[in-house]
Design a binder for this molecule. Structure first.
Ligand SMILES: NC(=O)c1ccc[n+]([C@@H]2O[C@H](COP(=O)([O-])OP(=O)(O)OC[C@H]3O[C@@H](n4cnc5c(N)ncnc54)[C@H](OP(=O)(O)O)[C@@H]3O)[C@@H](O)[C@H]2O)c1
Length: 280
């Protein structure tokens, strides 16, 4: 029996499921196998990036899966070294060639890299790529409110999604509120904190035991109740299914507050503050 996943409507009308699948480190034949298995389990939103060097594996999984292309939401991201307008356009085209797809459902600017100050040009390239039909929906990743404000002001187009680091140790309350105010949907990267010490947290363990659910399931449920779309990565078919099985229970307001209360200002897993951290 397949799991029914709620849908979320973006500001441009496209819908995406409330949980997606992360693919960082899923490469080559093993990567294709893991992504096909995720689609079989019920994932329809697949995250990827030019820099993960697995757009080819994602495209191959799309072709091997029995799910029609139009039911899938395939994402990729523009790397920091190609923000200049012309390069950005060519990179989106190259991403499509690598994936062997005619269009992406979602394309994001991976990091703002503010010291280079080219992210507005990159955004204009995404706006045009959407007009040309290369991409259905356009968004960003790791953009702070000041970066979002600038692209909206200079192009008149707001992103549909901002994908940011988000997990119980870094709950992004202000950033999420800003998104909500501006009609931008939040996606959570490293939603499980990359399986670090978060899994040993006694407060989350207690809540998991009360619901007879696993710690990862409680964490992912917390994301969806916040209105954020988690993108858990797992190479294992069992854990892929486990991570999707979160729509048959709910957390109380108090449990939500307890989990959000674990957040701390220095809670980023790798200290990657987009104001200063850059990726190319
Ligand atoms: N935009 C950005 O800058 C950015 C940055 C980082 C990540 N991302 C995206 O976000 C996705 C998710 O983030 P992430 O890969 O960093 O970390 P994550 O999804 O938080 O954690 C993945 C880790 O958790 C393990 N895991 C998953 N489900 C589990 C379960 N039910 N029980 C026990 N262990 C479990 C996985 O191991 P197994 O595979 O062995 O199950 C893997 O080691 C990435 O894959 C990528 O698509 C985006």
């Amino acid at each position: 029996m397949s799991i029914s996943i709620p849908e979320i409507k973006l500001n441009d009308g496209m819908t995406v499921p409330a949980v997606g699948f992360g693919t960082y480190k899923l490469n080559g034949a093993a990567g294709v196998q893991a992504i096909v298995s995720a689609i079989d389990a019920g994932y329809r939103l697949i995250d990827s990036a030019f820099n993960y060097e697995n757009e080819g594996a994602v495209g191959e999984a799309v072709r091997r899966s029995s799910v029609p292309r139009e039911q899938l939401r395939i994402t990729s991201k523009l790397p920091g070294r190609h923000h200049a307008y012309k390069e950005a356009v060519q990179t989106i085209q190259e991403s499509l060639y690598r994936a062997g797809l005619d269009y992406f459902d979602l394309y994001l600017i991976h990091w703002p890299n503010p010291s280079k100050d080219l992210y507005v040009e990159a955004w204009q390239a995404l706006v045009d790529a959407q007009k040309w039909g290369l991409v259905r929906s356009i968004g960003v990743s790791n953009f702070l409110p000041e970066h979002l404000q600038r692209i909206i002001k200079e192009t008149g187009v707001a992103p549909s999604i901002n994908q940011v680091e988000l997990h119980p140790y870094f709950a992004q309350e202000e950033q999420r509120a800003w998104h909500e105010e501006h009609g931008i949907v939040t996606e959570s990267w490293s939603p499980l904190g990359r399986a670090n010490h978060l899994f040993e947290d006694p407060a989350i363990q207690k809540i998991a035991a009360a619901h007879q659910k696993s710690v990862p399931q409680v964490i992912l449920r917390w994301h969806t109740q916040l209105g954020a779309i988690p993108l858990p990565k797992s190479a294992s078919p069992e854990r892929q299914l486990e991570n999707l099985s979160i729509f048959d229970f709910s957390l109380s307001e108090e449990e939500m507050r307890t989990i959000s209360g674990l957040s701390r200002p220095d809670g980023r897993t790798f200290g990657q503050d987009p104001a200063t951290y850059e990726e190319f």
